[in-house]
Design a protein around this ligand. Structure first.
Ligand SMILES: [Fe+2]
Ligand SMILES: [Fe+2]
Length: 191
């Protein structure tokens, strides 16, 4: 299996990128001084963009495949509920001024929820996919997953830096989520 068709390998790699961005934001050099604060905001916007793409692509492509081999609807629902909690938290963060105390409190909650979710998927979900999803399905699901991830246009780092802060970008996460779900359903990539 090539790296680009290794579903669990792709997911683990994306989890590592998310963990790296989270630890950068919680690191000692993040947010000290105006330039560092602006850089940290661009990193946060990249993080939030990657989170929503990853979780929605999992929801639309990976979890339906998981249900085919797992049949434990309660288990899948409980992990998908974590996706909904994370998406809700990102929408809340879109409405807050970056760097405010309320923003930082919600960002800390997001970090805790996301890390627990990544751990749970790596320990429980990925082991099921590795042991029970056939090789052909593995490749086919990986292919659709990569297409859904790219279903909405990517913002450059400069475009992220130019985004206004606070509630003027209230719909950023919601717009991305709606775009991805619409494209995935209308093109048959979902499910
Ligand atoms: Fe997930
Ligand atoms: Fe994941």
């Amino acid at each position: 299996m090539t790296p680009s068709s290794d579903l669990v390998g792709i997911l683990i790699e994306e989890h590592a990128i998310l963990r790296g961005l989270l630890s950068f934001l919680d690191g000692p050099s993040s947010g000290v001084g105006a330039t560092a604060q602006k850089d940290a905001r661009v990193v946060y916007l990249e993080l939030s963009d990657r989170i929503i793409r990853h979780e929605i692509a999992e929801e639309l492509v990976v979890y339906p495949a998981l249900l085919e081999i797992c049949r434990d609807v309660g288990f899948a629902d409980s992990v998908l509920h974590e996706h909904a909690t994370i998406e809700d938290k990102l929408v809340v963060l879109d409405q807050l001024e970056y760097g405010s105390s309320e923003f930082e409190r919600n960002r800390a909650e997001l970090t805790g929820e996301l890390l627990a979710h990544l751990d749970r998927e790596e320990i429980q979900v990925f082991s099921i996919l590795l042991s029970r999803l056939g090789r052909e399905r593995h490749v086919e699901v990986a292919h659709r997953y990569r297409q859904v991830i790219r279903a909405a246009p990517l913002l450059s780092a400069q475009s992220r830096a130019d985004l206004p802060t606070g509630p003027t970008v209230v719909a950023r996460t919601s717009a991305l989520a709606v775009w991805m779900r619409d494209v995935a359903h209308s093109t048959g990539l979902a499910g």
